[in-house]
Design a protein around this ligand. Structure first.
Ligand SMILES: [Fe+2]
Length: 197
């Protein structure tokens, strides 16, 4: 579970959206570069990495990072992995604690729910849409994604609600928002941070 593995996977994948050269031989095919993205990792890579992160936690590979007892009133998080391209977090969710509407600045993101159930509210452009993410469910967050994540209060679970999150490039900032009366988002503040939610 490293971004080196992710890079190897990308290198092994056939290029998509290729554009044939008009001057060279038929074999001179250059893949279209994704210069509009700040990372070579795709949302699909982040989804796979968070899925592997869940498996690693369940297999006990991060046991030394876990608390002796889960706090049932306050959220908790720990960084599972970090390099120049990626950071990976395990986050616990407790009833009644929301994250506020936020984005992830210049980072793409993804999560896999490890246990319990989450509700995600995300801004569609003129309203908030909600989706439930149960254990095993995944979600990806493209650039510009504004959302709020909460413990799902309608699902009773034993044990903590946990999810594994990946960000690429690693988080450096988050902006927070409120829904204004006119049905648009108003940014309330921007915080430099390398810690999610
Ligand atoms: Fe988030």
């Amino acid at each position: 579970m490293t971004s080196t593995l992710a890079r190897a996977s990308i290198a092994a994948s056939p290029p998509k959206n290729v554009t044939p050269s008009t001057r060279g031989p038929a074999t001179a095919i250059a893949p279209r570069t994704r210069t509009h993205l700040p990372t070579h990792l795709r949302p699909a890579d982040l989804l796979r990495i968070t899925d592997q992160g869940v498996a690693d936690v369940l297999d006990g590979r991060h046991d030394t990072l876990l608390p002796a007892e889960w706090d049932t009133t306050h959220r908790w998080s720990t960084r599972l992995y970090a390099d120049d391209d990626l950071d990976l977090w395990l986050i616990s969710w407790t009833p009644g604690e929301a994250t506020e509407l936020h984005d992830h600045a210049g980072s793409l993101g993804a999560l896999t729910v490890l246990s319990g159930s989450l509700r995600e509210y995300h801004w569609t452009g003129d309203d908030l849409a909600v989706r439930v993410l149960d254990a095993g469910d995944q979600a990806a967050f493209p650039l510009g994604w504004v959302h709020d994540v909460v413990n799902n209060p309608t699902v009773e679970v034993t044990g903590p609600t946990l999810s594994v999150h990946a960000y690429s490039p690693p988080l450096t900032a988050m902006s927070y928002y409120e829904v204004a009366d006119a049905g648009h988002l108003r940014r309330t503040r921007t915080v430099l941070t390398d810690e999610p939610e």
